[in-house]
Design a protein around this ligand. Structure first.
Ligand code: FES
Length: 358
């Protein structure tokens, strides 16, 4: 067997060499970090935010799975992936149940273009949900290790506080520099544990409190597609320049610029004129797509009760019977109400002809 290198400045790892599982660190009941190293002692050359593909010998045949690297290239003697076994997971479940120190697996990469290295900026805003936190951990560790005095607002959404992966490691970093600000929001608390962070779905109001200067920040986002869609809708509606928005789906990481899927977000256009029909009152109004239903109603002499004017209080809830609106709310309406055809007039813009039961 070749002599193991002890000086990592020698040769970087390339994927012709199998990786050895060196350490397994439990993060929570269904999540673990796997430390991998090259048996030859080769070091790892990548940029923070990239991913690696593992070949996993699951029962029934080998499968390939990509995982964002959770370690930072500033600590290059090993590489780690942090894997959450979701319901029905095959690869992740196998890793949690079977991958043990000493085992060797085939790996490809590292690869990917989602990285703070690709979009250098003085101020960054990381937004993640669930295991989408892993590239953010890598980029934050890099920023810390490079001693550049980072200015990062680190926003993370989790189901409950005990499921915030890397919480303690992040708190340790944040406790030692002013430029790493942690902002966590959770859906529910853990039993018998108090929680002093944010609660509920990430909203425009919450974002404004978490990072008041978000318009000046380079945004990196990673999580399930509906979460990232919500973040994009929010930023679009707030007038954020989306040239400074970058995302990685943890479902399908992107290898090259050419592979990057085009994002076709629905955005109301000022140049498009539409008709809004208030059925009960018999009023039909012409308006631009960018005007809110509440403002069209007021202009037409109708009084729809309203409070916050920001999609929060729910006072302006009305029923839509035909057509589509683009609604970016702040929690004033439930998913069930939306499924039943209700909208909040203050934060809904008509996309084409709309009929409302008012
Ligand atoms: S006025 Fe508060 S949600 Fe519309």
């Amino acid at each position: 067997m070749a002599q193991r290198q002890l000086n990592w400045s020698a040769t970087p790892w390339d994927d012709s060499e199998l990786l050895e599982c060196a350490m397994v660190i439990p993060e929570d009941a269904n999540t673990a970090t796997f430390g991998l190293r090259a048996p030859s002692g080769a070091w790892f050359d990548y940029i923070p935010g990239q991913f690696i593909t593992l070949e996993l010998p699951v029962p029934g045949g080998t499968v390939q799975r990509t995982y964002t690297i959770s370690s930072s290239p500033s600590r290059p003697v090993s590489i780690s992936v942090t894997v959450r076994a979701q319901k029905n997971s095959v690869g992740g479940r196998w890793m949690l149940d079977h991958l043990k120190p000493g085992m060797k697996i085939k790996a490809y990469g590292p690869s990917g273009i989602f990285s703070s290295h690709k979009h250098p900026a003085k101020k960054q805003l990381f937004i993640s949900a669930g295991s989408g936190i892993t590239p953010m951990m890598s980029m934050t560790t890099w920023a810390w290790d490079s001693s550049e005095m980072p200015d990062i607002v680190f926003v993370h959404a989790a189901k409950r506080p005990s499921e915030i992966i890397f919480r303690e490691r992040l708190e340790q970093l944040a406790n030692r520099v002013p430029g790493i600000q942690l902002r966590f929001t959770v859906e529910e608390s853990d039993a018998f544990r108090s929680w002093h962070g944010y609660r509920g779905r990430l909203s425009q109001i919450m974002l404004g409190l978490m990072a008041p200067d978000y318009l000046e920040r380079e945004v990196f986002c990673c999580g399930p597609e509906p979460f990232m869609q919500g973040v994009r809708d929010m930023l679009n509606a707030l007038g954020f320049d989306m040239a400074h928005y970058h995302q990685e789906s943890f479902g399908a990481p992107v290898r090259t610029e050419a592979d990057q899927p085009l994002i076709h977000d629905v955005k109301p256009a000022d140049s498009v004129m539409v008709k809004v029909n208030f059925a009960k009152s018999g009023k039909i109004a012409d308006c631009r797509e960018t005007e809110s239903i509440l403002s069209v109603a007021k202009r037409s002499g109708l009084n729809i009760p309203s409070g916050c004017n920001f999609g929060l209080c729910g006072t302006c809830k009305i029923k839509k019977t035909e057509g589509d609106v683009h609604m970016v709310h702040n929690g004033g309406i439930s998913d069930e109400e939306i499924a039943d055809g209700f909208i909040l007039a203050c934060c809904s813009k008509p996309m084409g002809r709309v009929v409302l039961e008012v």
